[in-house]
Design a protein around this ligand. Structure first.
Ligand SMILES: [Zn+2]
Length: 326
């Protein structure tokens, strides 16, 4: 199926994404059931796209483990359909990259490495789509506002100057790293931008972090922006201790659309099924320059949290000034 480039970011979704069964796990099908009236898009099942990023022995391992419903690690479960569902999640994200869409998929991807699963992620959807764009000569900015570092994505492009990885996340938290001095290596030095926020950071700190690091992303001058859109930084999420509101995600969408021309997104985390649709819809409304659908009083961070954050952001900006005119 071919969708023409469009002005409006639209959701790319299929009910198949509910077929990855994880039981009583925070990353479960209820996350997508919480969205109502989603249009269905036909998604290709082409598993050759996985090899844009993943090693063939790992791809075979996922296929094998899923056929037996075996977990890939303590956090990352599979069921009979999981391999095919994960293949379609990657393809939906690839489709989003060609149509400025928002791939509303599961399983998520940003913790997955080239050769191993991690943190509920089987294949790295955003990395696959980014590599697909790099192969067409594009410079890709990956902006990851999920509350966790996308350690898989970061690792995959750590040596690349074709992809900038920009992540705002809680630290300390899973996966245990993502500090300001992880800036990339070799040709990729200066192309990894980690903005670690202290636990209890609210909307005020998030917006400050976004606005102070946006100039680095703009200096990179990407042809296309891939968004790892995770919503577990919301104040009522179960897995993290950040305090963003639905308003923060609306502003994020708006800032992206005001500063970049070609943006697509894929769903990562977000585990409060009441809040997830509100966060995602607000983000989409922001991207599409429409009115915000949901409102919530802004959250403010206390003095100690601000102090810790300011030390970190100052260090990051000092480092990044060596690489970028900001
Ligand atoms: Zn997350």
């Amino acid at each position: 199926m071919c969708i023409q480039n469009q002005e409006i970011m639209e959701i790319i979704y299929n009910d198949v994404f509910k077929e990855h069964e994880t039981g009583m796990h925070p990353e479960n099908k209820k996350r997508l059931e919480a969205f109502e009236g989603l249009p269905i898009t036909e998604i290709p099942s082409d598993d050759s796209v996985l090899s844009l990023i993943h090693h063939s022995n790992y791809i075979n391992k996922v296929k094998d483990y899923a056929s037996r419903g075996m977990p890939l690690d303590g956090d990352t479960h599979t069921s009979l359909a999981s391999y095919d569902v994960a293949v379609q999640a990657a393809n939906a994200t690839l489709l989003a990259s060609e149509n400025q869409g928002f791939a509303l998929v599961r399983p998520p991807g940003h913790h997955a490495y080239a050769d191993r699963a991690s943190g509920f992620c089987l294949f790295n959807n955003v990395a696959i789509a980014a590599q697909h764009q790099v192969d067409q000569g594009k410079k890709v900015l990956i902006f990851d506002f999920d509350g966790h570092l996308g350690d898989g994505t970061s690792h995959i492009f750590y040596n690349s100057d074709k992809v900038m990885y920009w992540s705002i996340h809680q630290f300390p938290a899973f996966p245990g790293h993502g500090s300001v001095d992880e800036i990339g290596k070799g040709a990729g030095e200066g192309f990894t931008v980690n903005v670690p926020l202290p636990p209890r950071s609210g909307d005020d700190i998030y917006m400050d972090a976004l606005n102070y690091t946006l100039p680095i992303a703009k200096a990179f001058n990407p042809d296309i922006v891939a968004v790892s859109a995770g919503f577990d930084a919301h104040q009522y999420d179960l897995l993290l201790d950040l305090r963003f509101t639905v308003e923060a995600f609306y502003s994020t969408g708006k800032i992206l659309t005001d500063n970049f021309e070609n943006v697509f997104a894929t769903l990562e985390g977000g585990y409060n099924v009441e809040e997830l649709p509100k966060c995602a819809i607000n983000f989409l409304q922001g991207i599409n320059k429409k009115k915000k659908r949901y409102k919530e009083p802004h959250t403010e961070s206390d003095f100690k949290v601000w102090n810790e954050y300011e030390l970190r952001i100052d260090q990051l900006l000092t480092t990044m000034k060596k690489y970028w005119s900001i």
